[in-house]
Design a binder for this molecule. Structure first.
Ligand code: AHM
Ligand code: MG
Length: 338
């Protein structure tokens, strides 16, 4: 007898992955806890002005960026939800100077969790999609006290990564290294339901996402690459390109996972001390894992993103990710120039 086909919840998907030995019970629990925290953030984001959560918190983070009230609240929700489950050794967040080991009152687990609690937060006050990005690493063995240095692992060491997008619907997009899958929040039932299995990024594209206002600050190969994109059918690329920029990485990457494209946040001369705007460990690596698992590619312009060995927790990096052929083309412009 065949079982009636019913919606597959995130819980069921994770349990079935555990039965096939693709994830441990602790990793399953960890992802469920992150998903629960994201539901709480989704509720707070969804209340908008009615929740009294819009606007600045009046504080700054370690990178000198002004924090929004929802940045701070989302960070607290994720920390609190993950403190007591026994699956984690420590958390690190874009919004905190250093990692936060699990409090002594609770059992310590074997995983490290990194997150950007509310990415794209400049969009909160204008009611445009924002999201939470997360990445999971293993804690090295025999570490008596977890410190920032234990997080400095390349993206290839990630055991899970995902994001939750708070848009017209709330979705969680997840990989545990066996494809990239999308779950939509059923607001009535309160559970995430599998709505897209094995997302695939088309290899070729005619769409790019970049903040063009920085053009004059880019390095030469970047200028050349975009000039050729803009030249359209008559130029060396021989096709017309369309441009989209939401300024929420989660939303831009979600579009690319859905219909292809290339997302670029290159190095620029505005602040040469920084290697780019986006953070390797909270933004670039988890998104790279999701994109690669969907058949796309990701690079810093010269090297595969997930092979970069981080030297600092809050390290920044140029980002080129999305449709494989287009990312390879952008990389070629850089390597040919060097
Ligand atoms: P945040 O983590 O402080 O929100 O900053 C990251 C965001 C990304 O979501 C987005 O791609 C980028 O910053 C937009 O930058 P810009 O405002 O320079 O276009
Ligand atoms: Mg961010």
């Amino acid at each position: 007898m065949t079982a009636p086909s019913s919606p597959v919840s995130l819980t069921r998907y994770l349990l079935e992955e555990q039965r096939q030995d693709r994830i441990s019970a602790d990793l399953r629990l960890l992802i469920e806890v992150v998903a629960r925290a994201c539901k709480s953030i989704s509720v707070a984001v969804g209340k908008g002005a009615l929740g009294g959560v819009l606007g600045d918190a009046g504080t700054g983070n370690v990178q000198g960026e002004a924090q929004k009230k929802l940045d701070v609240l989302s960070n607290e929700i994720l920390l609190e939800a993950n403190a007591w489950g026994g699956h984690l050794a420590a958390c690190a967040s874009e919004e905190m100077d250093h990692c936060q080991p699990i409090p002594d009152a609770y059992p310590r687990g074997n995983y490290l969790l990194l997150f950007d609690p509310l990415d794209g937060s400049s969009n909160i006050d204008v009611n445009v999609s924002v999201g939470t990005i997360f990445s999971v690493l293993r804690c090295p063995d025999d570490v008596p006290q977890v410190g920032d240095e234990h997080f400095l692992q390349p993206g290839t060491a990630q055991v899970a990564a995902g994001y939750c997008i708070y848009g017209p619907s709330t979705m969680m997009v997840l990989t545990i290294g066996h494809g990239t899958h999308a779950f939509t929040l059923d607001r009535e039932q309160g559970s995430f339901v599998l709505t897209q299995k094995h997302m695939r990024v088309p290899e070729q594209t005619k769409e790019f996402a970049i903040n063009m206002s920085n053009q004059r600050h880019w390095e030469a190969p970047m200028q050349a690459y975009v000039t050729d994109l803009l030249a359209g059918k008559e130029g060396p690329r021989g096709k017309d390109f369309n441009m989209r920029w939401i300024a929420s990485m989660v939303a831009d990457v979600h579009r690319i996972l859905t219909r292809g494209g290339i997302f670029i946040y290159p190095w620029d001369r505005k602040d040469p001390s920084k290697a780019g705007k986006l953070r390797l460990m909270y933004e670039a690596n988890p998104m790279s894992f999701l994109i690669e698992q969907a058949g796309g590619a990701s690079s810093n312009g010269r090297q595969r993103m997930m092979e970069i060995v981080p030297s600092q927790l809050h390290q920044r990096v140029p980002v080129f990710l999305g449709s494989k052929d287009e990312v390879e083309t952008a990389v070629r412009y850089h390597l040919d120039h060097d």
